[in-house]
Design a protein around this ligand. Structure first.
Ligand code: GLY
Length: 400
């Protein structure tokens, strides 16, 4: 083969770089906005505290323009401490670390709350990040106890972890796609203890969910109900999506992120393939807007006049950055994640001083319940910062 002259190679590199620059993410600027907003949030939290309800400590959203604080038992309680840990990871200053530690301490008691599957969201996003960044042995103990508590919700008959105890009038043994996110805590617990039982539960849950939650096009149902005595699937429904057969956007995001994370711990190619298939469903969907910030449900009836879900976009971006590390289509996923972050940081970020200190606007919690529609949500902020850090790590960003 003829060797290409040096100027041709330079030209190819220049063109490639120019394309990449068109979708550059300014991580530094995005973190400046996030830090400024979080300082506002810390003041707003102090103003919103109710001495009669001292258990309300973690910001979740805005309700009629007011800051809504939740107790540690709320599934979203770990995200704000996580935001603080990500700011600490980026800036490495004692101030962010001190705030992160303060808010994390409030969540620790959830380690023994066995009434919900949301242990990973609550404890791993807070204490998990604390342990990753500080190595404090106390955090390790909390994580192990939390994993033990979560494991009590596993039923060997169904092969999955029970999600909700509530709504027994609707479901016998509901398992939601979101539950994939709690497996990270179990995988970590095996890494920390050498006890493989946590790992086995996580693998069983992931493999059973792959069988029962997914449709032939790799979109997923939100809620699958199981018979806890036989393990039979009773029905496949939704709670936060448009319909039982629709593709609720955040559910698709949890699946993408979840199977990518399962591949990280197991290196089982079936999980990688699953993540790639889910990514294809999401990225190729005809109802996905050009800026890759999905509507709250891919089948919402009034598209394009439907609210977006920025939280789903943030989870997808973070998941795609990780997937890009394992897949042969890495560059493609990286570019898509860059585009999402570019959109979020340019068109969905709050003005500094607004939105009581939330970082991103325009998420949707549960449209069918007319709850948290087109508002900031703490988990959108959490996965956005995680994605920005992943972007920085993968050196796709232009740092100024
Ligand atoms: N795990 C609840 C949600 O995604 O809204």
């Amino acid at each position: 083969m003829m060797k290409k002259p040096r100027y041709v190679i330079t030209l190819i590199l220049f063109v490639a770089q120019t394309c990449c620059f068109a979708q550059q993410v300014n991580v530094k600027k995005a973190f400046q906005q996030a830090a400024a907003q979080t300082r506002v949030m810390l003041q707003e939290i102090e103003k919103s505290k109710d001495p009669a309800r001292p258990e309300l400590i973690s910001p979740r959203t805005l309700e009629n323009g007011n800051l809504k604080l939740v107790a540690s038992k709320d599934w979203t309680s770990g995200f704000f401490p996580g935001v603080l840990w990500y700011l600490d990871e980026y800036y490495k200053t004692p101030q962010w670390k001190a705030e992160a530690r303060k808010f994390t301490t409030f969540i620790e008691k959830e380690k023994s709350n066995g009434t919900t599957h949301d242990m990973g969201f609550k404890v791993f996003c807070s204490v998990g990040n604390a342990f990753r960044l500080t190595g404090d042995p106390h955090d390790k103990e909390v994580l192990i106890e939390a994993a033990k508590t979560l494991a009590t919700r596993f039923n060997p008959k169904t092969g999955v972890i029970l999600s909700w105890d509530h709504s027994r009038d609707k479901w016998v043994n509901p398992v939601i796609i979101d539950n994939m996110m709690n497996l990270e805590l179990l995988f970590e617990a095996t890494r920390l203890t050498g006890d493989s039982s946590f790992y086995k539960i996580a693998v069983s849950h992931a493999t059973t969910t792959m069988k029962n939650h997914f449709r032939p096009d790799f979109s997923s149902y939100h809620v699958v109900d199981y018979d806890p005595k036989t393990g039979a699937v009773l029905k496949k429904t939704t709670h936060q999506g448009y319909s039982n057969s629709s593709a609720w956007a955040r559910g698709q995001a949890w699946g993408l992120y979840g199977y990518t994370m399962c591949y990280r711990y197991t290196k089982n190619p079936i999980y990688l393939k699953q993540a790639e298939n889910i990514a294809k469903f999401i990225l190729d969907h005809p109802n996905m807007p050009k800026d890759i910030v999905p509507y709250w449900d891919f089948n919402a009836p009034q598209i394009p006049n439907e609210p977006r879900d920025v939280s789903a976009a943030a989870v997808i971006a973070s998941g795609l950055y990780e997937l890009s590390q394992y897949s042969s289509q890495g560059n493609y996923y990286n570019n898509k994640a860059d585009l999402i972050l570019k959109s979020l940081s340019t068109n969905y970020a709050a003005q500094v001083g607004d939105a009581k200190g939330f970082i991103l606007l325009h998420s949707t919690g549960s449209k069918p319940s007319v709850s948290e529609v087109d508002v900031p949500l703490s988990y959108a902020d959490y996965y956005y910062l995680e994605a920005l850090l992943r972007c920085k790590k993968h050196k796709t960003a232009v740092l100024r």
